[in-house]
Design a protein around this ligand. Sequence first.
Ligand SMILES: [Zn+2]
Length: 444
Amino acid sequence: MGLFGESGMVHTFKFGQILGFLTVTPRGHTVISKVSDLIDPGTGNWDRDLVQDIFWEVDAKHILSIPLSRNTEDLLAWHFDEKGLFSVKSAYHVLHDKERRNQGRQEGGTSRAGGGSCSDWKKIWSLNCQPKIKQFVWRLAKNSLPWRRSIVRRGMQIDTRCPMCWRFDEDGGHCFLKCKWVKHCWRDMNLEGVRLRLTEAGNAAQMMQLILSLDEEEKMKTISLLYAWWAARNKANVGEQKDTTNEIVYRANMMLTDGSGRCSKGQVRSPNRKQNWSCPPDGILKLNCDAGFLQNEKSGSWGFVVRDSDGHGVLAGMGRLHNVPDVLCAEGYACLNALQAAREYGVSSLQLELDSLLLEKCLKTGEYDRSQGGGLFHEIRELIRLYFNSVEIVHVPRSCNRCAHELAKLSMRWDPDHSRVWSDPLPEPVNSLALGDLTDCTDE
Ligand SMILES: [Zn+2]
């Protein structure tokens, strides 16, 4: 929902107010999902043209009148809370209200929900296709594919014309619905009626809602076409020879008929039906963390991921530990680093899943406070006490902690003390790992 800016760039303003506008009055097909996209990275001020392009005049004026503070990056004011402090709970209420409002409008028959509700994300995860295609559909729904116009908005100077037709600027609406060549493809797949209906959607999330509400056959045909088109577009985008529309349509149809776009249930399910990671309840974030340890070198690594109730990764990190006495301390560092990152990100309540029974005990009791890692466990408890409203610590089997485990394993190759933390949108490989857990759990 774009609570946090791109690459940590967050500004002080009445975000909820803008959020309201975003859902109420977008005009075209390129609705921005993050407020930071509306800010000119060069000047730190509103991107006037873009705001005026996207919103109706009266709203554009209002938005442009909201002052942006330049010297207070990384500060987030949340006007739904009297102290301007963000909490997951208040965010949840805001979202909930928004959804109710949208539902009201839907029932009135004037507009469809604008934000992409939880049930839509679940529908995406349960599509009968490969994870990479789900990932693509999800990015499309979030309006986060790297169209040339979105890249320019992030401050890179490139030609914004569509790499397929070189006639118009490339945004989501042009790329998938209006480009001269994509129209050929829609027609060739007998989907012109669907295309016309999609052009009426007000933004990417609405477009996805329409797609998800199609009957199974049309829905899969549409998704295959969009995916095949995007693949062809990416080839053209890097200067490779452009596929003909026939080739693109052929590939989309192949995805449908030979099943290369689908995966059989048998492939997805683990053979002995291990327990899998599950999404937290609505409005709750779940943090999974894990550590690696090399006995001979006395060194280790850590990894963590925070996901929401749709299984979408909002925060992740990993790093290499230089000097660690034992595996329990490595686990402790993983937990500490994860909680510190979550705190800096503004999370105040979460479920914390660990696969170390011993660490769980260390954190819940003071029994190990005199052990080597004693100081560490104490520090974690203090961190929770001072900065979190609630942290529910749960022990889970390793099969429920794979994403964090993989991140810890990957960072084992890094230089000592090197670490990274990412916030939404997570980088591709990390996202895939987070999704890997989910693919299995939705297919159960
Ligand atoms: Zn074009």
